[in-house]
Design a binder for this molecule. Structure first.
Ligand code: HEC
Ligand code: HEC
Ligand code: HEC
Length: 420
């Protein structure tokens, strides 16, 4: 009896499995597709593969590199114009190694040197999402056409050999599960190092994981300094979480290329994932020691601006144009107007970000957690190059700030770039 029962049970089970396959697979897939969509947010795939006015993930973003202009491709499941024919293995090889099914090598404008660390489980969810959760689009984006010798994609074989690694993510021994979750997100999907790690001679990221002190030690994007993320001594974990979730915290507001990262990726992250990233950044060593703000100098600037007598040109321009929002204290108003005293962007070695912000203004991204958008107006039309230089010099040397002066020439270059 027992035997028959067991056998009957197995047959029934097999039948249920055979007949019910469609229905149960459907429920499982829906879960997996949702998970894959979240993974695509962590990886910020849409930042490069979606452009306004075109179908999602249909490509066509022009990425300026020092090799020339590289266009992102259509990664919707369209079989002719997209990646609809890719098997999971082929998809994984494109994302992790930059190698297409026909052997074509991708340029590292696609951040595969970081994505190589995406684990199998996340890759499976990502693939399922792109095949089943994304709408196919027959959009044919512009083709990348670089000049010789960069047009020779096989050359990337050597670049990959020299500069990429196929080591999967290595957990940090002895660190907590939370810190390791943060390390995984930052090193792999988040590809934070593609902007925050200095680049070497081959335009390669000088380090790809936490074991190297150059990892996240700061970079540069067209003259806009990308700050180091190591240790973040001035910010609490909660301030890091707030910045990534909403684009602002009590000290700073997001600007430059980081605005899009917050808008399309980090603002979608769960609180657990944001906290893991914050814990990991705090954990990283090798950070410069926290320079205590010079309170005496800060008070002297505040007193001079308050008295408004014998002002330098920079000080007067500040009172006339900036003081209403950033105040004579240079401390702004927490969560509304960011600090200029001690701010990373103000004290950066390269003043590009500061000059850019004065000329073009800045706008907070609109996110689910902070839908309102605060705007700082641009001053390109009101201040000439020399005035911006004097103003920026005052800001970089006022209060407890301590950075080099800015020249009218530096402003002129950035103003010209803005016109393009
Ligand atoms: C920083 C920009 C950037 C990000 C972020 C990015 N990609 Fe790409 N991707 C590119 C570019 C540019 C190419 C084309 C490179 C070339 O032509 O050599 C590309 C190519 C690809 C290809 C090859 C497509 C084909 O035509 O066969 C796939 C697949 C792909 N990306 C998937 C992804 C996925 C999945 C994500 C998110 C996890 C992602 N990409 C994030 C820029 C990006
Ligand atoms: C109407 C109010 C207003 C005025 C006037 C104003 N700002 Fe701002 N400023 C803001 C806001 C709001 C932000 C944050 C924008 C965002 O979220 O991206 C900001 C951001 C900044 C930042 C970036 C801070 C960071 O944390 O990255 C700098 C630098 C800055 N302002 C400097 C100036 C200077 C210099 C002037 C005068 C020429 C000025 N601002 C005038 C409101 C103002
Ligand atoms: C496309 C380039 C790019 C990528 C990718 C990127 N960042 Fe940034 N990030 C920047 C730039 C540029 C700034 C400076 C913004 C400013 O000056 O207002 C910045 C600023 C920051 C800051 C503020 C630091 C400070 O001292 O003011 C934090 C925190 C940060 N990024 C975290 C991250 C994390 C975490 C990731 C990965 C999930 C990441 N970034 C990915 C470009 C990038």
């Amino acid at each position: 009896m027992k035997m028959i029962n067991a056998k009957g049970f197995f047959i029934a089970n097999a039948l249920v499995a055979a007949l019910g396959w469609g229905a149960s697979a459907h429920a499982d897939d829906a879960e997996l597709i949702k998970r894959g969509e979240y993974i695509s947010r962590l990886g910020d795939c849409s930042a490069c593969h979606s452009i306004p006015g075109k179908a999602e993930f249909s490509g066509g973003l022009a990425i300026e590199s020092n090799l020339g202009t590289i266009y992102s491709t259509n990664i919707t499941p369209d079989k002719q114009h997209g990646i609809g024919n890719y098997t999971e293995q082929q998809f994984a090889d494109a994302v992790r190694k930059g190698v297409l099914p026909d052997g074509t090598r991708l340029y590292p404008a696609m951040p595969y040197p970081d994505y190589v660390k995406i684990n199998d489980e996340d890759m499976h969810a990502l693939y399922t999402y792109f095949m089943q959760g994304v709408k196919a689009s027959a959009e044919q984006p512009a083709e990348t056409d670089l000049s010789f010798p960069f047009s020779q994609r096989w050359g990337m074989r050597f670049w990959n050999w020299a500069f990429t690694s196929d080591t999967p993510f290595q957990p940090i021994g002895g660190a907590s599960a939370q810190i390791n979750r943060g390390a995984y997100l930052v090193e792999s999907l988040g590809h934070c190092g593609s902007c925050h790690t200095p680049r070497g001679l081959g335009m390669n990221e000088k380090a790809l994981d936490s074991s190297d002190p150059q990892f996240l030690a700061g970079g540069n994007l067209n003259g806009w300094e990308v700050p180091t993320l190591r240790g973040m001594p001035r910010w609490s974990e909660q301030e890091i979480v707030d910045y990534l979730a909403t684009g602002r915290n009590d000290k700073a507001a997001v600007g430059g290329e980081m605005t899009s990262v917050v808008e399309h990726s980090t603002s979608y992250m769960t609180d657990d994932d944001l906290q893991a990233i914050a814990a990991y950044l705090k954990f990283l060593g090798g950070n410069p020691p926290l320079v205590k703000g010079d309170t005496q100098a800060a008070q002297a600037t505040e007193a001079k601006l308050t008295a408004a007598k014998n002002l330098t040109t920079g000080e007067r321009l500040y009172l006339d144009n900036c003081g209403a929002c950033h105040f004579v204290t240079g401390k702004g108003s927490p969560g509304i107007f960011p600090e200029l005293d001690q701010a990373t962007i103000v004290n950066a070695q390269e003043p590009g970000g500061l000059i850019h912000t004065i000329l073009a203004g800045a706008q907070q991204p609109s996110t689910a957690r902070a839908p309102s958008t605060l705007v700082m107006p641009g001053f390109a039309g009101r201040l000439n190059d020399d005035e911006v230089a004097q103003l920026a010099t005052f800001i970089r040397q006022g209060w407890s700030n301590n950075a080099a002066a800015v020249s009218a020439d530096q402003v002129k270059k950035i103003r010209e770039n803005l016109k393009h």
